[in-house]
Design a protein around this ligand. Sequence first.
Ligand SMILES: Nc1nc2c(c(=O)[nH]1)N[C@H]1C(S)=C(S)[C@@H](COP(=O)(O)O)O[C@H]1N2
Ligand SMILES: [Mo]
Length: 210
Amino acid sequence: MFERFQQEARMRQEGRLPPGQALTRRFPVLHYGPVPEFHPETWTFLIWGEVEEPLRLSWAEFLQLPRRRVVMDIHCVTRWSKFDTVWEGVALRDLVDAGLLRLKPTARYVIQHAAFGFTANLPLEVALQENFLLATHYNGEPLTPEHGFPVRGVIGAIPGREDLKVTYFWKGAKWLQGLEFTQHDRLGFWERAGYHNEADVWKEQRVQWG
Ligand SMILES: Nc1nc2c(c(=O)[nH]1)N[C@H]1C(S)=C(S)[C@@H](COP(=O)(O)O)O[C@H]1N2
Ligand SMILES: [Mo]
């Protein structure tokens, strides 16, 4: 307990603890609905909308995409923050840079589509940042089923990168099945329930009124 407070004080001092947050060393599980099963033979990942060419990837193909490892602080709207979490997976900007994903100039938003119709929305420029990952691994291990196996969106803060927009953790969809690029914004599941559409952790944009 005492150690947790010491760590939290250090994070606050380093400017890494957003307002209204507390440090946790656990990894809470939060979502609406059940945990889906994963069938590698039938699993597909779809990319569609404002793209030059829609993509349909099998699990084997998804694993061939360029990958990176990102260390981030994650901040949940329920007020826990977890520091120095290690994620591995696919960065959208790498797909664009490699020419694997060709966006139309009209693409301005990204809707993550997950199992059971769950969605989460982000502006394109945020989804193209290095702190948004289609993650398959957490702390060196494949994601656990309850944390989104086999793929989830993740967004967090990269220490020292104050230039990156950081949203609360709900903007990363677990059990991700596809990405839709759109011209206009469309509220996701939690955003429709009253969570803030921008969700900037430093501005403490938790809920939206009216
Ligand atoms: N598919 C799906 N993804 C989801 C959610 C959900 O209900 N369904 N909830 C979000 C919310 S509110 C949070 S806080 C994080 C929690 O991720 P965790 O369970 O790995 O901590 O997942 C997000 N992704
Ligand atoms: Mo949440």
